[in-house]
Design a binder for this molecule. Structure first.
Ligand SMILES: [Zn+2]
Length: 73
């Protein structure tokens, strides 16, 4: 009986560790103060909403359009 509980505890522990690791990875993904494409400052409001942003809204939109076109081929 205690074996089943141990296995369940181990499973819960490894799932928790995986969850924590992925959240830490997301936190490490920092944005940049300037757009990587056009070097314009990324507005503070955008960085507050999307801390991992590396492009201004304009360049991000173009980047996503290019990505979508690339995937269509
Ligand atoms: Zn830009």
């Amino acid at each position: 009986m205690s074996d089943a509980i141990d296995i369940a505890n181990d499973l819960t522990q490894s799932r928790l560790e995986g969850l924590i690791a992925s959240q830490r990875a997301a936190l490490r993904q920092q944005g940049t103060p300037e757009c990587v494409d056009c070097d314009d400052d990324i507005p503070t409001a955008r960085r507050a909403l999307c801390p991992s942003a590396t492009r201004c809204v304009h360049c991000q939109t173009h980047h996503e359009i290019r990505q979508r076109q690339g995937m269509g081929r």
